[in-house]
Design a protein around this ligand. Structure first.
Ligand SMILES: [Zn+2]
Length: 99
């Protein structure tokens, strides 16, 4: 499978409707970009303390749940992949501009 680059990473439209987070189960407004999510997770002090999808702190019960932690790890992997792809795309863009 070909990795997606650049514009494809952005959602087609940003909905302002409240949704239930698929990771921690809290209501949230899906307005965050993956970069916000990445920053929240990477700059967060404690792993799992901030949900990588909605960037909210989960409840204690969710925080302790193994299912939640598995979903977190999956989302964190996904965000790191996006970050790597974005960095690579930026690098290539810069190279092209020099010509
Ligand atoms: Zn969440």
């Amino acid at each position: 499978m070909k990795p997606k680059l650049g514009l494809d990473l952005r959602p087609a439209m940003s909905l302002r409707l409240e949704q239930v987070c698929p990771c921690c189960g809290q209501p949230y407004y899906p307005s965050k970009t993956w970069r916000d999510q990445y920053d929240a997770v990477v700059l967060g002090t404690e792993q799992f303390a901030i949900c990588p999808v909605c960037t909210q702190a989960p409840t204690q019960r969710v925080f302790d749940s193994l299912d939640y932690r598995e979903r977190c790890l999956y989302q964190i992997r996904r965000l790191k992949n996006l970050y790597e792809q974005d960095r690579e795309a930026t690098r290539l863009n810069r190279k092209n501009r020099r010509h």
